[in-house]
Design a protein around this ligand. Structure first.
Ligand code: NDP
Length: 325
């Protein structure tokens, strides 16, 4: 079978398509024939070697994939069954999705919910699953469509765009924060009613500002998240999942102690299986058919290194899908 293999020489990461024997796959209960994978930001960092994602070489990258079970020694899965995998360190410290086959722990797999084909699962991908987990965090914190406006930052990215589509479909009024004017039509099509420039959020904020948001989904971190917290209304919930704008958080305790604001972290990588299953079911139910018509770039396995460079250079809009077979 073919795989994208990463190796290291003289401190540099080298990516090449190799013929790999199935017996070389790492141990696991389930072998999956991969149909679709994707190029996420983390994959791009791993493939180009621009981020310290991988510590053991050789490694097959690819943090998410969808396909059919080839063989399984675990009774929960049978041959021919459609499955999806995201996270758990796959593509980072266990061979991942940019290959014709993967062998993984049964605990890491989710059976594709009825009505969701493999390609659509990868349009959603890790980013979409994370967006759903963020929406669930707002709901669990008591934010309803009647509570008021919800803000989504890093709006045109994978997490942000899916979050807008989900919130809109659930009846929330959504304001998007984007650094790019060229994305405004796209964000409106997804369901954002207002769009604010990122520059409004990137200046140092006062500890408390005018209360504007009943809830927020933030994939930016840094000053943007600090500004969002300062503008969140009494009792509001902010779900924070990303660091597109930085990993620091220059805030104060004021939003928490004077406005009862809840900051809920969201991690999809180690999310328990029951929560993933619930999130995938919700995604299928809530996302409209039009979501899957959005611009996607389809590439082959051999084009993955070039696509990874482009993604890091901000030359790609929308999701990059890898057609593995
Ligand atoms: P994308 O690369 O698809 O999108 C990132 C978006 O961030 C861009 O489209 C841009 O949106 C915005 N952005 C870019 N630069 C900055 C900046 N300097 N300050 C603020 N915003 C910026 O990434 P994803 O949507 O897939 O991921 C977003 C973040 O979430 C990443 O940090 C990623 O690591 C994290 N993540 C976390 C997961 C988890 O489990 N916790 C899972 C998946 C992702 P615009 O132009 O509209 O402003």
């Amino acid at each position: 079978m073919q795989a994208l293999v990463l190796e290291q020489a003289d401190g540099k990461t080298l990516a090449s398509i190799r013929q790999v024997d199935s017996s070389d796959l790492p141990p696991g209960d389930v072998t999956v024939d991969i149909e679709w994978s994707g190029i996420n930001y983390k994959d791009a960092l791993a493939i180009t070697g621009k981020g310290k994602i991988i510590r053991q070489f050789p490694m097959v990258p690819g943090i998410d994939f969808a396909g059919k079970v080839h063989t399984s020694s675990d009774p929960r899965f049978h041959s021919g069954q459609s499955v999806v995998l995201t996270g758990w360190g796959v593509g980072e410290n266990h061979w991942g999705g940019l290959a014709e086959q993967a062998r993984v722990k049964a605990d890491w797999l989710v059976a594709l919910p009825e009505g969701l084909e493999a390609r659509h699962a990868m349009i959603i991908g890790t980013a979409g699953l994370t967006a759903m987990l963020c929406v669930m965090a707002l709901e669990e914190g008591g934010v309803t469509p009647e509570s008021g406006e919800v803000l989504v930052t890093a709006a045109s990215g994978g997490v942000g765009s899916t979050a807008i589509a989900l919130l809109h479909a659930l009846g929330y009024r959504v304001t998007a924060v984007s650094g790019r004017e060229s994305t405004h039509d796209y964000l409106q099509q997804l369901g954002a009613t207002h769009i604010l420039p990122r520059s409004e959020f990137s200046e140092a904020s006062r500890p408390l500002e005018k209360q504007r948001w009943a809830g927020a989904i933030d994939a930016a971190g840094g000053q943007v998240l600090a500004s969002v917290l300062a503008q969140t209304s009494w009792g509001g919930v902010v779900a924070a999942c990303g660091l597109a704008g930085g990993f620091d958080l220059p805030t104060s305790v004021m939003p928490f102690i004077l406005r009862n604001v809840r900051l809920q972290g969201v991690d999809s990588v180690m999310a328990p299986t029951a929560r993933r299953i619930a999130a995938w079911k919700r995604l299928v139910k809530v996302l409209p058919a039009s979501f899957y018509q959005q611009a996607t770039t389809e590439i082959s396995l051999s084009q993955a290194p070039e696509a990874a460079e482009k993604l890091l250079n901000n030359q790609i809009t929308g999701r990059t899908l890898v057609r593995v077979r």
